[in-house]
Design a protein around this ligand. Structure first.
Ligand code: AVJ
Ligand code: FE
Length: 428
């Protein structure tokens, strides 16, 4: 992203600094979404390959609707919506706001086209930047815009995971963009680092931005345990496959075994039948045994852990280890873009920027959690049932979007996100 304005200028007041920074951040985040869509044609941006996948142009419009509906409509005097009927098309799941087009049918919408959606973006950007110019010192407004920007960043990650699914469904295996992966490196064997038996605090203090589901900070009890120092590799996952992992019911949770049977799973989502290549955003690439295994469900992660004589970490174990190691959260920046990298060095590593890591923690509210009032209360809270928490960030998480306390969540059978495995063990 482009550089932030120089905030050290002595003649700039604190209010002006905040306002300028926010306008600048708004522009940078909005531009980044458009840049991510740049390699794609209008046809690429229209297709939906499964209910969970949204067309790129839907993401571009929905994030715009979020600003229009939650900020411009209630806060900009006399604001007129770009199109009254877009709310129905681009509302995702906010029933407080109104009805919406069914998610599985987002790929059937050819109009508005990409050009009209770009005009929608420009219209909302102009009004939002004007509003920030007039009222940017209003803390409530600044908070809402900040939420809108983090929301758009979540959709930037979804744009990449969704287009990967779309391109992978094409027998021509088109690449999202050109590039090649660096050569295979030799790997240090997996080691388990000690984690202590103690009372810890996890969750956000709330001074900097976080989503509501990261609060409040609260205590959790850790039993003696050990945590894998790096992610599980393709090579290690291949051993599980060759050992009959997908054909051994004792290794699986009941729901997992049922899913394996129903879906006919015998390998991670984007591997070929011969287990020697995988589809990536750079097109088909040789399967690198040293890179982290990616695109596995919770069920597969859990079965692998059982096969390995281990288990998945809890989110409290993960967060405590990362905090105690003083590891800086990063998004995709600093890593080879759009595909996870092999581990280098030693110690606790690959916590951020490669793949999200399944934890054994159910996505439920922290003690003392309260969903915010109104439609924004539907953002995270109502999903706190039947999903699992993933920690870290991935190679497609936008730069600046990662946090130690970040709680991502997906259903245990989902595997189209960049999801992988870190192991833990009990000490007895
Ligand atoms: C946290 C990634 C599960 O995909 O619905 C986007 C992110 N929330 N818009 C999702 C989100 C609102 C969310 N996940
Ligand atoms: Fe959304």
């Amino acid at each position: 992203m482009s550089a932030l304005p120089d905030i050290a200028q002595p003649d700039v007041t604190q209010t002006e600094v905040t306002l300028q920074t926010l306008r600048h951040r708004y522009q940078a985040v909005r531009d980044h979404s458009v840049a991510l869509a740049a390699p794609l044609s209008a046809e690429d941006m229209t297709v939906q390959t499964m209910a969970d996948v949204s067309p790129t142009k839907w993401h571009l419009a929905h994030t715009t609707w979020f600003f229009e509906n939650f900020i411009l409509h209630p806060h900009a005097k006399g604001y007129r919506r770009f199109n009254e009927r877009y709310g129905y098309l681009f509302n995702s799941y906010y029933y407080t706001v109104g009805q919406m087009h069914p998610r599985p049918q987002r790929g059937q919408i050819t109009r508005p086209g990409v050009d009209q959606i770009m005009a929608y973006r420009a219209y909302v950007d102009e009004h939002l930047l004007n509003l920030l110019g007039e009222r940017g010192d209003d803390p409530e407004l600044a908070q809402l815009v900040t939420l809108g920007l983090h929301h758009e960043q979540q959709h930037q990650e979804l744009m990449l995971t969704d287009i990967k699914h779309v391109l992978a469904a094409n027998p021509l295996c088109p690449a999202y963009r050109d590039g090649s992966l660096s050569a295979v490196v030799s790997m240090a064997p997996l080691e388990f680092l000690p984690g202590s038996r103690e009372l810890v605090d996890i969750g956000s203090e709330g001074a900097d931005f976080c989503f509501d589901n990261e609060r409040p900070r609260h205590r959790q009890w850790l039993e003696p345990h050990r945590l894998g120092d790096r992610l599980i590799t393709n090579g290690e996952f291949l051993e599980f496959i060759r050992d009959g992992g997908y054909r051994t019911p004792e290794l699986w949770l009941s729901d997992g075994w049922a899913t394996v049977q129903a879906q006919g799973w015998d390998r991670p989502l984007y591997w070929n039948r011969e287990y020697n290549s995988e589809f990536t955003l750079l097109g088909e690439q040789a399967l690198d045994p040293s890179r982290p295994v990616c695109h596995v469900s919770y069920y597969e992660a859990d079965a692998f852990a059982r096969w390995a004589g281990a288990r998945l970490p809890t989110e409290a174990e993960w967060e405590t280890a990362v905090e105690q190691a003083g590891i800086e959260p990063v998004g995709q920046g600093g890593h080879s873009a759009f595909h996870p990298d092999a581990a280098q060095g030693s110690g606790l590593r690959q916590c951020f920027g490669d793949v999200w890591q399944w934890t054994s923690s159910p996505y439920v509210q922290y003690p003392g959690y309260r969903a915010p009032a109104g439609a924004i209360g539907e953002y995270n809270g109502k999903f706190m049932c039947n999903q699992m928490v993933l920690r870290g960030s991935s190679c497609v998480t936008p730069p600046g979007h990662a946090r130690i306390t970040y709680r991502n969540f997906f259903y245990p059978g989902d595997r189209w996100q960049f999801m992988g495995i870190r192991l833990a063990k009990d000490i007895d």
